[in-house]
Design a protein around this ligand. Structure first.
Ligand SMILES: [Zn+2]
Length: 315
């Protein structure tokens, strides 16, 4: 007990010393200052995790919706390859850390850009504040994602603020399927296609469950297919989403051969997934796997013949 107390005191001492705060109170417990320093550190780390989740999700999702553009006629928006946020758009627990560590405030600020996507190619980078997008003021980051359905223009003008100075950039317009994706904290293994919100939400539980980007692409393709076809929560809708989802992922260059194993793992880990509604209203596993095997053969045959990956049915 004494050894533990001593170790804790030493730890508190080290933490406090690092921050120049008094480490212990008169009873040898960590001081309020030391606790506050540690809470800040935890929030900093948590926020980095949150950003890493978004980065993994966006890295796959932007590829999938870009490659699937042709499958979303009339439902397109530019693929930007950036993640921005105002402090208020982040989970409440991380807002203070976001203000402190990344200078976030009420304006949408870039937290990362994906290499080779239009935002990065136009020179945007983390820390830039997005002031105007296509000539219009943007109140928050969500409105950046919702703006600018591509017309005939090849580029879109973006005004940014970097270290206090205004700059203008031209972003190349790459059409993709409309629907942006966002990760949110929940341990359940779930993804939602909110057709009303035209948004794709995915839990951190699902991001951990998907072992590879190929698996993640299959999940995102499936959800995207729901949004594109509007088929939600019916068994036919699920089979169609499986079919079209494989095409979405395959067109983006992901290995869709992982699909049957992914859905089998899902049905074994979450048996309820076979009977419930929403994402969980899937056909029985064996039926699903046979249908998927046929879809994979169809895609493979097109690849071998050098044909474009256009689905035979669906959109
Ligand atoms: Zn589904």
């Amino acid at each position: 007990m004494r050894a533990l107390a001593a170790a804790l005191a030493a730890l508190a001492c080290a933490l406090g010393a690092a921050a120049g705060a008094r480490a212990q109170d008169v009873h040898g417990r960590p001081s309020r200052e030391a606790l506050a320093v540690e809470a800040d550190r935890l929030a900093t780390q948590g926020l980095r995790h949150f950003i890493a989740y978004q980065q993994r999700l966006l890295g796959v999702h932007e590829r999938v919706r870009q490659a699937g553009a042709e499958l979303c006629p009339g439902q397109q928006r530019p693929v930007l390859g950036l993640f921005a946020a105002t402090a208020e758009e982040l989970p409440a627990a991380y807002r203070a850390a976001a203000r402190r560590d990344y200078g976030l405030d009420e304006r949408p600020r870039v937290l990362f850009v994906l290499p080779d996507f239009p935002a990065a190619r136009a020179g945007l980078r983390a820390g830039d504040v997005i002031v105007r997008f296509g000539g219009r003021r943007v109140p928050d980051a969500v409105s950046v994602l919702r703006m600018g359905a591509p017309g005939a223009e090849r580029t879109i003008r973006v005004e940014i603020e970097r270290t206090g100075r205004r700059e203008e950039r031209e972003l190349e317009i790459r059409p993709g399927c409309s629907f942006p994706a966002s990760a949110f904290y929940h341990d359940e293994v779930q993804a939602f296609a909110e057709s009303g919100a035209a948004f794709l939400a995915i839990t951190t539980g699902m991001l951990r469950f998907a072992r590879s980007d190929d698996e993640l692409a299959v999940v995102l393709g499936h959800e995207l297919a729901h949004l594109v076809t509007g088929g939600l929560g019916t068994r036919g809708g699920e089979a169609d989403a499986d079919y079209l989802g494989c095409y979405f992922a395959a067109r983006a260059g992901f290995d869709v051969a992982v699909a049957p194993v992914l859905w089998r793992r899902m049905s074994l880990a979450h048996p309820a997934s076979l009977v419930e509604r929403g994402f969980y209203s899937h056909p029985p596993s064996h039926e699903r796997e046979l249908a998927l095997a046929a879809t994979l053969r169809e895609i493979q045959a097109k690849r071998s013949a050098g044909l474009p990956l256009e689905p035979e049915r669906g959109t």
